[in-house]
Design a protein around this ligand. Structure first.
Ligand code: EPS
Length: 395
């Protein structure tokens, strides 16, 4: 299973093509839209989310509510597009007409969106402009934008619909926003899913939620931005997804890549993660027991050993850096004039960690669905179910 996405943040639409979904899987469009709505939420988001109302428009690959086994294509229209039609038009002068800009400026009309030449530290702006030989940073920032994560949630939602057929589910919660951290504690899947859904920052603790909100308010006041940490967990994941035999078949590697590729993610930890490096072996490895089936007395490995699921829940964390678009200006250098400046911006999120946790959940769901199909693969849902049931008998 694989996918491609396309689209600029303020372009007409973002689109995707998903290939490799088996035939005869019932697709609940509302479930996809529900995942998209979850991604749009979270305290600390900026004005853009007031404009967008992400809804999936499926163009191919589904008939009568069921997959055909053919490529599924889809799009989400950008409601902000009417404000960018000229600037991002595939053809035309894109509003670069100097005479028109002059007239608009004289008449104080604020539709002018001149070339962007001031790169933001921490963003793809400068590296992208150098690499692609662009003089307008908009040609980089539009695609680098985290708007694209709406497509990753869409493909993840397809993945989770498949996993649900086998009782597998994925959830997430926010563990840290800036300096405010939730203390490590024993939690079960349903508790995480239910409590995180009640919190504006997707934190399972009410008091810590309040502290996180206060931190975001304080940061907004200062014109600053915040990063944080979220954790993704699964339930009912069978042992044996992924493989130990080759570097590029190891599931932890694939999950880390999927999470690291989300905009602004700077680190991933599986299970104990970095903490394992400072402990002795006997305080790290999960003892094995048997009680009708194999199970572990602890889950420090986060459900993966040797690049394979071991039958315990997957526990994986990702760290997000603060958003680079700041009201509090940082020094930079103009791409054209090479003059120093201190950036000023019009609109930004203070933090997107709660939204990133939903993206994380969905990219993990996609990778697990892919690994699931690699192991139990067939062209139809019925064939996969037969393969899966046979494997369970073997276990
Ligand atoms: C983003 C900047 C903001 C975010 C955007 C990602 O958008 P804008 O520049 O239009 O204000 O709101 O996120 C989304 C649009 C989204 O759907 O998540 C960026 O620079 O990455």
């Amino acid at each position: 299973m694989r996918y491609l996405t396309a689209g600029e943040s303020h372009g007409r639409a973002i689109t995707g093509v998903l290939e490799g979904m088996p035939a005869n899987l019932e697709i609940d469009k509302d479930e996809i839209n529900r995942q998209l709505a979850r991604r749009q939420g979270g305290y600390g988001r900026g004005g853009r989310m007031q404009i967008e109302n992400d809804q999936i428009d499926i163009l191919s690959g589904i008939r009568g509510g069921k997959t055909l086994g053919t490529p599924i294509s889809f799009q989400i229209e950008n409601d902000d597009w009417p404000n960018w039609e000229e600037v991002l038009a595939p053809f035309g002068d894109n509003g670069y007409d100097q005479d028109e800009i002059k007239i608009q400026k004289e008449n104080k009309i604020k539709t002018v969106k001149p070339k962007v030449t001031k790169p933001r530290p921490g963003h793809a702006d400068l590296a992208g402009a150098l690499k692609y030989n662009q003089s307008d940073l908009r040609n980089i920032l539009e695609r680098a934008s985290a708007r694209e994560t709406a497509m990753r949630v869409t493909v993840g939602a397809f993945g989770r619909i498949l996993l649900k057929e086998f009782g597998i589910d994925v959830t997430s919660h926010v563990q840290r926003i800036g300096a405010v951290e939730l203390a490590e504690q024993e939690l079960d899947f349903a508790e995480i899913r239910n409590k995180s859904a009640q919190s504006e920052v997707r934190c399972i603790d009410e008091e810590v939620t309040e502290e996180m909100i206060a931190e975001i308010d304080d940061c907004k006041e200062e014109g600053n931005s915040l990063g944080g940490v979220f954790e993704v967990r699964t339930t009912n994941l069978p042992a044996g997804l992924g493989s130990h035999v080759h570097w590029d078949r190891k599931l932890d590697g694939k999950l880390a890549q999927a999470l690291m590729s989300i905009q602004a993610i700077k680190g991933v930890e599986v299970g104990l993660g970095f903490e394992a490096a400072s402990r002795r072996g006997s305080e790290v490895h999960d003892e094995i027991a048997y009680d009708d089936q194999f199970h572990r007395l602890t889950n420090n490995a986060g459900g993966i050993e040797g690049g394979m699921t071991n039958g315990e829940p997957l526990v994986i964390k990702a760290a997000m850096k603060p958003i680079p678009t700041l009201y509090k200006p940082l020094s930079s250098v103009d791409l054209e004039t090479k003059e120093k400046f201190k950036a000023s911006v019009e609109r930004s999120d203070v933090t997107a960690v709660p939204a990133a946790s939903i993206v994380g959940e969905n990219v993990v769901a996609f990778e697990l669905a892919k690994a699931f199909l690699n192991k139990f693969g067939g062209d139809s849902l019925e064939e996969i179910k037969a393969n899966y049931n046979n494997y369970l008998k073997m276990l």
